[in-house]
Design a protein around this ligand. Structure first.
Ligand SMILES: NC(=O)c1ccc[n+]([C@@H]2O[C@H](COP(=O)([O-])OP(=O)(O)OC[C@H]3O[C@@H](n4cnc5c(N)ncnc54)[C@H](O)[C@@H]3O)[C@@H](O)[C@H]2O)c1
Length: 250
């Protein structure tokens, strides 16, 4: 019978652990035995998550800062589980209206931030001879999105960055997969509606109505998929971009 402690004895790094999906994944990993580095720029949110993650280490920092990510990567050893959930929505305007500074910040957090985590953790996994990685993209990283096109571009980059790891690192026992959530009930989803201003209620209704299941997902539904992909039950699943979206992209 499979142990209910799938990550006993393992160390992991979860970015974006102070809120939403990163928090839910971190708590799930901790409940199943992992010892974690919890990384986020939100110190209070990290402390909140840490209360449910025994023996975890909190590192406050910016996902786009090489020095901050290096500090997180060095906080426990060997880290053989990596989840990159730190991310931002950025501007919800058509591409020609995106400000250059907003574009740069979005790509610094979503794309460079994911790369930095991979850069600092993959060598540790190579040395350990094992590793499981889940990066966070989005359904908007698999098909174009007219509401937040810059975000979609950044998440598309996360998908192919992650897939590009696979061939070069499978021999060292490292697997890397991507989750592509649809609309999940977190602060980021609420922010995406709020950015529509007076149209917030209409945007929320439109998003709910075009989902085949007629509802938003829960953080627990995404965390369940992430924990599966990280676990040995997914030992032959590598390089997959898995939608967790109620069938939105079906
Ligand atoms: N909620 C959704 O509907 C949805 C859908 C698709 C993809 N996603 C992705 O899932 C991931 C988690 O999103 P969420 O919904 O939990 O959002 P959230 O806003 O609740 O959590 C995001 C976390 O990332 C942290 N973060 C943001 N920028 C950071 C930075 N520069 N450095 C360090 N930490 C930073 C925030 O402080 C926050 O704790 C994101 O990558 C997001 O793009 C979410």
């Amino acid at each position: 019978m499979a142990s209910h402690l799938r990550f006993q004895g393992r160390c992991g790094l979860v970015t974006g652990a102070a809120s939403g999906l990163g928090r839910e994944v971190a708590i799930g990993l901790a409940v199943e035995g992992a010892r974690l580095v919890l990384f986020d720029r939100d110190e209070a949110g990290l402390a909140h998550t840490a209360r449910s993650c025994p023996d975890s280490v909190c590192i406050v920092g910016d996902a786009s800062s090489a020095a901050d990510v290096a500090r997180a990567a060095a906080a426990l050893s060997p880290i053989t589980l990596l989840v990159t959930a730190a991310g931002m929505l950025g501007p919800t305007v058509p591409l020609p209206e995106v400000e250059e500074a907003a574009w740069d910040r979005l790509f610094a957090v979503n794309v460079k931030g994911t790369w930095l985590a991979l850069k600092h953790i993959v060598p540790t996994m190579e040395a350990a001879g094992r590793g499981a990685i889940v990066t966070f993209a989005s359904g908007a990283g698999l098909v174009g999105n007219p509401v937040f096109p810059a975000y979609a571009a950044s998440k598309g980059a996360v998908v192919l960055m992650t897939r590009s790891l696979v061939a070069g690192h499978a021999a060292q026992g490292i697997r890397a997969n991507i989750v592509c959530p649809g609309p999940i009930e977190t602060p980021m989803l609420r922010d995406s509606f709020a950015q529509a201003g007076d149209g917030a209620a209409a945007r929320e209704e439109y998003t709910r109505a075009r989902n085949p299941m007629g509802r938003f997902g829960t953080p627990g539904e995404v965390a369940a998929a992430v924990l599966f992909l990280l676990s040995d039950a997914a030992s032959y699943i590598n390089g997959v971009a898995l939608p967790v979206d109620g069938g939105r992209l079906a």
